[in-house]
Every structure is written in structure tokens, then in C-alpha cells.
Design a binder for this molecule. Structure first.
Ligand code: ADP
Ligand code: MG
Length: 420
């Protein structure tokens, strides 16, 4: 190790108490400390926050962190503050602050105390803030959840499109983009929109070798099939994703009637009920949560043993994120999706009310899901290929962990099966 490496290991220990970097963290941090534009692609849970938090803490000036959700920003700020005796080390700047609070934030930045300033993209467009930020030293701008910049991502936010222009007004500051979205199309969009084709890019593998992928043809017996599956995983935690709130309610009820402890979760339930059901799942008062995609953001239950898709997801990206909630602890994670072409048509109909450009993207993403469901090749290889990653389906880690590899079928047969 050279002195620089020893130094950042020491800082890692000092601030975070960890004795080792995870995955590509060290290389990323070195790139940031070299003041290079840097692009980080790591799966959820990969440890992206530390990649910008550590260099922010040890560099001169304030790092601006753009993040889409106020709740997430608050969590991060609390976590950083707990590492230090100074509250002012991290701040959030947003529209909910009073004049006095804003004055305090500005004071802490000016005095050099604030190392991390979290801002929502819409706050960063405020001229008043931009003018202020021009007058103080900025170490770098980190753009978390950078896929929000792309219409091909699963969470497009138009405000993200303005970021490049605003950052330009701040002078020559390095940009760090971070995302868990691995599709090459989204990555291209991010680099283009942030005008950083020159960025040092660090991409971790998206392979989850402990997850088993399976697709079953959806028939009218789906409910008894799901019940049988859950009973085979008695006492284990699992999530069932459904497309509609109505389906969530009815499946949760069917499970309960059949002696399975399950609760529903969707955006139509009031906040109190949602929080209660989520806690019940986390505390293991229930085994199964039946949910729309509203469930899962920020859920970090390590021992989710299965994720079932009652209906197909709208993109492979979403599928990867949703199934990724299984087996976080490295243990078993069974990912079972039910597929019927009727569902595809239903989803297409859903989209037909949307603007044409959005529809086209939606259809294209959906076609990839169809191809995944209908493929007879290694599902892991298919998924990883979608993410621009080569996977050797004979020797790669987790190579035998899917239905197609375990029970190979002829292409023609596979096709017959799904068109029925
Ligand atoms: P991401 O943003 O990539 O989804 P996070 O930044 O939220 O991931 O980090 C995920 C978890 O990994 C956190 O609990 C964090 O404390 C932990 N973590 C990050 N870096 C390390 C490390 N070097 N050693 C041990 N744990 C780490
Ligand atoms: Mg993150």
C-alpha cells in the first residue's frame, strides 16, 4: 500500500468503523480524490453512498449531493451526523427549511464545517441557492440515483435534466454519477446528459449467484400454485408482487383463508396501515407481504427467501430490482414469475393512454420481459446480457440456478407452452 492508500483506509476506519472497502469503493474514491469525473454503477446495497461520503469528509470544501427523495436525504444526513460531533457536518437544503435554518446552513458551509450538502434537484434550480453556491468552495457534485436523468430508466425525473447546466454555473467541479441501473442505454443517457463522456467508469457485476430464477406459465390455477409454493417454504419470508391494488387485496385474502400469514401493501392503503404492515413483515409477525411495486424501496430485510411475480413486471430492470430483495444475506432466494401473454396485452393497454414517446419506450421495455419469459436459455445469462454483462452459463457463479438450465427444453416446446 502506498501512503495514499494507507491514508484512506485510516479514514474509512475513523469515520465508518469499517476495516475494508467493499467491491470497487477504493478505486472509486481514488478517482474522486483525483478530481476526475466518475461514474459508478453498482447494484443496490453495493455501498455507493460511501463512495462519495468518504472523499467529501476528507476533502476541502463542500460536496453537493443530489438525491431525488427527501426522506432518503434525511436518513443519510442523520447517519453522517452520527459519525461526528458536529451537526453542521451534513445538511439538507430544501424548500421545507425556515429562513433561520437556511441562514444556519449557509453559515456552516461558509465556515467550512459542512462537508456534505444534500439537495433535491428542484432546489438546485433556485437562483438564490446557485448564487450562494458559486461563492463557496465545492469539492464535487455527486448525483445519486443518476438514472433519474433517463427516460429509459425506471424513475425518470425531468428536473434531473437541468443539473448539467446548473453545475456548469458552479465552475469547474468534478461530477460523480451513481446508479444501480445497469442497462447500457440508461448509462449512455447519463453520460450524455451530464456531458461526461470522459468519466472514469466503475461497474460492479450484477450477478446474484444465490438467486434462483424460474418462470411458470400462468394458468387459472395460479392461486393454488402459489399456495403450494408458499407451503413448501413454510415459515419463510416472501414478497408477492401484483400489478393492481385489487389483485393485492384478493391474493392476500386467499392466502389468509388458506392459513398463510400474509398482509397486503399498496399505495391505496393509508400511511398508518402501510407502515404497520411493513413493520409486521420486517419483525416477522407475518411471513408474506402481497404488494404492488409501491413496496420495497429502502426495505432491507436480509432473509427474504422468495419473491413471486403474480403478474409480469413492466421491465427487466424492475424485475431485477424487485427480485433483488430476495436473499440479501447470501442465502436462498427463489424468484418465481408467472407469465401469460394476456398480461402483456393488459400492460400495453394500460400504456396506451400515455404520450407516444413514453408508450414506445414502455413497449420496448416490455418486449424484453416477454423475451426473458419465453427464452429457453440460461435466465441469468439473459438478464446479465441485458445489463451489458457477459456471463458464462457453464462456469459462471450461479450458472445452474434457473429452471431453463436445470430442466432444458427444446425451443419449439418452450414456445408452444407459452402461447397457449
Ligand atoms: P447503495 O446505495 O449502493 O444501495 P448503501 O450505500 O446504502 O448502498 O450501502 C449499503 C450497505 O453497505 C450499508 O449498510 C453500508 O453501511 C454498507 N457498507 C458500505 N460500505 C461498506 C464497507 N466498506 N464495509 C462494510 N459495509 C459497508
Ligand atoms: Mg444508494
Amino acid at each position: 500500500m502506498n501512503s495514499n492508500e494507507i491514508e484512506i483506509h485510516k479514514e474509512l476506519k475513523k469515520y465508518f468503523g469499517f476495516s475494508q472497502f467493499k467491491g470497487l469503493q477504493e478505486q472509486v474514491i481514488t478517482s474522486i480524490l483525483d478530481r476526475k469525473n466518475t461514474f459508478v454503477i453498482m447494484p443496490t446495497g453495493g455501498g455507493k453512498s460511501l463512495c462519495y461520503q468518504l472523499p467529501a469528509l476528507i476533502q476541502e470544501g463542500t460536496a453537493i449531493v443530489v438525491s431525488p427523495l427527501i426522506a432518503l436525504m434525511k436518513n443519510q444526513v442523520d447517519a453522517i451526523r452520527s459519525l461526528s460531533s458536529e451537526n453542521g457536518i451534513a445538511h439538507v437544503l430544501n424548500s421545507s427549511l425556515t429562513k433561520t435554518e437556511i441562514a444556519q446552513v449557509k453559515k456552516d458551509i461558509t465556515s467550512g464545517l459542512t462537508k456534505l450538502l444534500y439537495v433535491a434537484p428542484e432546489s438546485l434550480t433556485k437562483e438564490e441557492y446557485v448564487t450562494f453556491l458559486q461563492s463557496v468552495p465545492i469539492s464535487f457534485v455527486a448525483i445519486d440515483e443518476a438514472h433519474c436523468i433517463s427516460e429509459w430508466g425506471h424513475d425518470f425525473r425531468p428536473e434531473y435534466r437541468n443539473l448539467r447546466n446548473i453545475i456548469k454555473q458552479l465552475g469547474k467541479v468534478p461530477i460523480i454519477g451513481l446508479t444501480a441501473t445497469a442497462t447500457p442505454k440508461v448509462q449512455e443517457d447519463i453520460l450524455k446528459n451530464l456531458d461526461m463522456a470522459d468519466a472514469n467508469t466503475f461497474k460492479a457485476s450484477f450477478n446474484r449467484p444465490n438467486l434462483y430464477y424460474e418462470v411458470r406459465t400462468k394458468t387459472k390455477n395460479i392461486e393454488s400454485d402459489i399456495i403450494r409454493f408458499i407451503k413448501q417454504h413454510k415459515g419463510k419470508s416472501g414478497i408477492i408482487y401484483c400489478l393492481s391494488r385489487k389483485k393485492v387485496e384478493s391474493i392476500a385474502e386467499v392466502l389468509q383463508v388458506n392459513g398463510i400469514s400474509a398482509v397486503p401493501y399498496h399505495a391505496g392503503l393509508d400511511a398508518k396501515t402501510r407502515a404497520k404492515h411493513q413493520d409486521m413483515f420486517l419483525m416477522e409477525d407475518v411471513d408474506v407481504v402481497v404488494a404492488t411495486i409501491a413496496f420495497g424501496m429502502g426495505i432491507d430485510k436480509p432473509d427474504v427467501r422468495f419473491v413471486i411475480h403474480h403478474d409480469i413486471p413492466k421491465s427487466l430492470e424492475s424485475y431485477y430490482q424487485e427480485t433483488g430483495r430476495a436473499g440479501r444475506d447470501g442465502g436462498e432466494g427463489h424468484c418465481l414469475a408467472y407469465y401469460s401473454y394476456k398480461d402483456v396485452e393488459k400492460l400495453e393497454k394500460f400504456m396506451s393512454g400515455k404520450p407516444v414517446a413514453e408508450q414506445e419506450i414502455g413497449f420496448a421495455l416490455l418486449q424484453e420481459v416477454v423475451a426473458y419469459a419465453e427464452t429457453s436459455m440460461s435466465r441469468r445469462k439473459f438478464l446479465l446480457h441485458y445489463f451489458g454483462e457477459e456471463f458464462d452459463s457453464e462456469t459462471g457463479e450461479g450458472a445452474d440456478m434457473d429452471d431453463n438450465v436445470r430442466n432444458p427444453k427444446h425451443k419449439v416446446e418452450a414456445k408452444d407452452e407459452v402461447v397457449k
